[in-house]
Design a protein around this ligand. Structure first.
Ligand SMILES: [Zn+2]
Length: 211
């Protein structure tokens, strides 16, 4: 009994050792070729490339991805009054922003989408627009009918906003007084500022920005 037991356990032990040896070798191979790289190198490499790097440089603050910080809005962008992560809206006079947001909500109920084509502008951005205007219209005098100087522009102080598209301009010209939003220049259907509204009517627009 004892002998056979011992022999039995002896054989069993030998068998286990042989198995362990066999497994040990293949296990070691498997570990070095498969698991070792995973544990040692892969996790940082795996976590980094797909997830973070492409997003970080381009999108520092979500919808402000294409924000140069000077209030300029690429023509491809369609900003709404609620995209306050963009400098054009984030640096707008808070009272004006609030009025435009309220108007946008009600316009939406009428089936009209309000887009912001320009809001706050840095002095540099305003000057660039004026320079482009001079080139486009041929003279400073002509350009000034459409573009203010950095000193004169209400965009630079965050107290003016340009709205599109045309249906939104028409809606806002018609309904804007309820929010204190008024068309200021007869030749700029898109440009709105806050005004004191008396008797539910905005002041009569000026002929153009040069007046
Ligand atoms: Zn404007």
């Amino acid at each position: 009994m004892r002998d056979s037991d011992r022999r039995g356990t002896g054989w069993a032990a030998a068998g286990v050792l042989a198995l362990v040896a066999a497994l040990g070798v293949t296990g070691a191979v498997a570990l070095t070729t498969r698991e070792a790289p995973d544990v040692g190198v892969a996790p940082p490499a795996k976590a980094a490339p797909p997830a973070v790097p492409p997003a970080k440089p381009g999108a520092p603050n979500g919808d402000g991805a294409a924000d140069a910080g000077d209030g300029s809005i690429p023509s491809a962008r369609r900003l709404t009054p609620f995209d306050t992560g963009h400098s054009a809206l984030g640096r707008l006079d808070p009272a004006l922003l609030k009025a435009v947001q309220a108007a946008a909500r009600n316009a939406k109920q009428d089936g009209v989408d309000l887009f912001v084509t320009s809001g706050w502008r840095s002095r540099g951005h305003q000057q660039r627009l004026l320079d482009e205007g001079v080139e486009k219209y041929g003279s400073l005098a002509e350009a000034r009918k459409f573009v203010e100087t950095p000193d004169g522009s209400k965009h630079v102080t965050g107290r003016a906003i340009d709205i599109g598209a045309a249906d939104a301009d028409r809606w806002l010209i018609r309904e804007g007084a309820r929010y204190g939003l008024c068309q200021i220049y007869a030749n700029e259907l898109w440009h709105f500022e806050l005004r004191e509204v008396r008797g539910g009517r905005c002041p009569v627009p000026l002929r153009d920005a040069s007046r």
